[in-house]
Design a protein around this ligand. Structure first.
Ligand code: FBP
Length: 262
């Protein structure tokens, strides 16, 4: 593993990745509530908030927009990804190489692995190549670890989510990004089995400030490192306000009430 606590991906050992690959994964529908969120410049501006440790984007967004932000934002290159137009077994195309991501300015990589998919073997082999190349550059690697596949029942049970975090440890991820398993206790178990791999929560669909921050708080209380979040930031009219609150919960050990009252 790399000394992840010295990596630009972390601040005081904690992680807050602003995920912005939704235009590929879900399509422009995710930008309808806040139309300016379709503009990458708006979201890069949001990512200059002190609470954000990195922004995760695909190649085209990085090439076109990162040069204007490289002094203010850390770049996580989300290397693979697939559109929502794809109707086959879960899979993810590798869209750029680690070499090229490094050239563009990334200091960490992100990679989806769908454990349980009929394509798991190929995805894990692609991950291996990316993870080892990232090691050469001293770049942290984050596994978007989602159990998903036509033969997989109960993909989002606490056991499946704990297993997905363990896959991160077994396969050399510095950080495993997993779905919220539903409770602090389940997250404690997920963090426990992930060992030295940091566990972060995947943001999920937009919900109220209270509900979202409570989930984040229980992740932190369970020993999780933070979160990688998109819609719960850029689908808000005032992303700065929720980032102020997240900064308090993740980095300052505040309660949800304290964070919202500030
Ligand atoms: P959200 O916080 O909006 O859930 O974003 C996190 C993320 O992993 C994105 O990087 C990705 O685009 C999206 O979720 C994929 O979610 P799913 O595959 O569950 O639709």
């Amino acid at each position: 593993m790399i000394p992840i606590d010295d990596s630009p991906l972390t601040r005081d050992g904690k992680v807050l990745i602003l995920a912005y690959d939704h235009g590929l994964e879900h399509g422009p529908v995710d930008f309808e509530d806040v139309p300016e969120s379709a503009n990458p410049e708006h979201v890069f501006d949001v990512a200059t908030h002190d609470a954000v440790t990195s922004i995760a984007v695909q190649k085209g967004i990085a090439e076109a927009y990162y040069p204007s932000y490289e002094d203010d934002v850390n770049l996580l290159a989300k290397l693979n990804g697939t559109s929502n137009l794809w109707r086959g077994e879960p899979d993810s195309a590798v869209n750029w190489s680690v070499d090229y991501a490094h050239e563009v300015g990334a200091d960490s990589i992100g990679f989806t692995v769908y454990g349980g998919s009929n394509n798991e073997i190929e995805m894990v082999e692609e991950w291996r190549e990316a993870q080892e190349k990232a090691r050469d550059y001293g770049m942290a690697s984050v596994m978007w670890s989602y159990p998903r596949g036509q033969g997989l029942r109960n993909a989002n049970t606490p056991d499946s989510i704990a297993y997905s975090a363990r896959l991160g440890l077994e396969l050399g991820a510095d950080v495993a990004k997993v779905k919220y398993p539903g409770s602090k206790e389940a997250m404690e178990e997920t963090v426990r089995v992930a060992g030295k791999t940091k566990v972060v929560m995947s943001g999920g669909s937009k919900r109220s400030d209270e509900e979202f921050l409570s989930n984040v708080k229980s992740v932190i209380d369970a020993g999780g490192a933070g979160l990688a979040v998109g819609r719960n930031i850029f689908q808000r009219e005032n992303p700065e306000r929720i980032l102020d609150a997240l900064e308090k919960v993740i980095f300052e050990e505040s309660t949800v009430e304290e964070a919202l009252d500030a």
